[in-house]
Design a protein around this ligand. Structure first.
Ligand code: SF4
Ligand code: SF4
Length: 415
């Protein structure tokens, strides 16, 4: 049975199999892996390097255990796909990509949880369409209990408030004339259903710059499915989103994002998963709101009102680091008159990993130093990741916003 499992995994890993053997066990990844800082990780080996050592033992037949073994799954579940390790690994092992493929052997996951994970985008869409009722239910004691039993979301998590979707709002509006071109907004779930106001302000500003914004038919980015090892389902979503965005590009649009998870999915994950020309074209034609505004600034189409000069904290979210947008955000904020105090620590949320009842208290343990530091600094915080903002807000009560919202009122459009 284990031999059969090995063959199956080898097939699933494909080109990633050689990454298992590239690991030289240096342990650099442990020094940046957020889950290696949990106190429990020092008792059992729940570290990043531990995952690679285990895979090497598995493929060299030293470890005679199935990957569905409870202890092995626990070790794998402690990776939430933040990708910090990839930046420091000397031979360039693509650790999260390996782990996602091992996670698919998790037989502990109930049928119900799997169904919820696969359909989470449609479920959030439904909840947003009856937002008043959803908020009443999900913020009640009974609702929280239900969420914990059915979806394994800890009852201590205050689920974010639902609003009518941004996608609906964009599509209902009268289209303006464009003299700068068309932008197809790939929104992803958090901005689409919870931070709708942020999305509206982004649309408002880019329209004032002369662009037309459309919301093509779209699903969730699917990063959560990758992190849960549901590779085939993530593949299907990547394919559907790519087809829709490719059509929008054929129709003359560029793709706009504002979420680092959505940007990372289009720029890197989809081309890696699909390996086709359409996903590469979508990747090349994707621009984040931060890049777009920086470009406008560099081309002298906008300037900033730099007063009052202010000091803020810039929090490095894992996905922003992985997507390479950090330097653009830094430039944009400083050009708009902000002095930055930078803090590069994981908040522990890991997408929705930290909302899970099994990991919730450990996610707070990971983020504790960050929360204490932010409380001590007493400054407003800019963080690009929506779930980082959610986690920071809930655990430190500091003001935390998307970098865009720090600059939007300072933009001066030139003629
Ligand atoms: S940093 Fe890379 S090579 Fe070093 S232990 Fe981690 S995975 Fe292995
Ligand atoms: S992706 Fe993040 S959580 Fe997973 S092993 Fe790498 S650093 Fe650790």
């Amino acid at each position: 049975m284990i031999m059969r499992e090995k063959v199956k995994l080898e097939k699933k890993l494909g080109e990633y199999l050689e990454d298992v053997w590239k690991c030289i066990r240096c342990g650099f990844c442990n020094s940046v892996c957020p889950t290696s800082t949990i106190s429990r990780a020092f008792m059992a080996s729940l570290t990043s390097r531990g995952r690679l050592i285990l895979l090497q033992a598995y493929f060299s037949n030293i470890l005679d255990k199935s990957l569905s073994d409870e202890k092995i799954q626990e070790l794998m579940e402690y990776c939430f796909g933040c990708r910090r390790c990839m930046e420091v690994c000397p031979p360039g092992v693509r650790i999260p990509n390996l782990i996602w493929r091992v996670k698919q052997f998790n037989r502990e996951r109930s049928y119900l949880r799997r169904t919820i994970l696969i359909r989470y985008g449609s479920m959030l869409k439904l909840l947003s369409s009856v937002s008043s009722l959803s908020n009443l239910l999900l913020h009640s004691y009974i609702g929280k209990l239900l969420l914990e039993v059915v979806a394994e979301i800890s009852r201590d998590v205050d689920f974010p408030t639902f609003y009518t979707s941004l996608e609906k709002w964009i599509n209902k509006r009268e289209k303006r004339q464009s003299h700068r071109g068309k932008l197809a907004y790939f929104i992803d779930v958090f901005t689409n259903y919870h931070e709708v106001d942020l999305g509206k302000k982004i649309v408002g500003l880019v329209e004032n710059l002369g662009y037309v914004v459309v919301a093509p038919s779209q699903r969730e980015a699917g990063t959560l499915l990758l992190e849960e090892g549901l590779i085939d389902e993530a593949y299907r979503i990547a394919k559907e989103n790519t087809e829709n965005l490719y059509s929008a590009i054929q129709d003359g649009a560029r793709v706009l994002t504002s979420s680092p998870a959505a940007y990372l999915a289009l720029k890197k994950d989809y081309p890696e998963l699909l390996g086709d020309s359409k996903s590469r074209i979508v990747s090349e034609n994707t621009i984040d709101i931060i890049e777009l505004l920086l470009k406008e600034y560099e081309e002298d189409a906008i300037d900033f009102d730099k007063n009052p000069e202010a000091q803020i904290v810039y929090h490095h979210s894992c996905f922003t680091k992985a997507s390479g947008l950090t330097k653009d955000i830094r430039r944009l904020l400083t050009s708009a008159g902000y002095t930055l105090k930078e803090i590069d620590r994981c908040c522990g949320i890991g997408g929705v990993w930290g909302m899970n009842k099994k990991h919730h208290s450990e996610s707070i343990e990971i983020g504790l130093n960050l929360f204490n530091e932010l409380k001590r600094m007493k400054l407003p915080v800019a963080s690009q990741s929506e779930t980082c903002r959610f986690q920071i807000r809930n655990n430190s009560s500091v003001e935390v916003r998307h970098p865009f919202s720090f600059i939007m009122d300072r933009v001066k459009i030139k003629n």
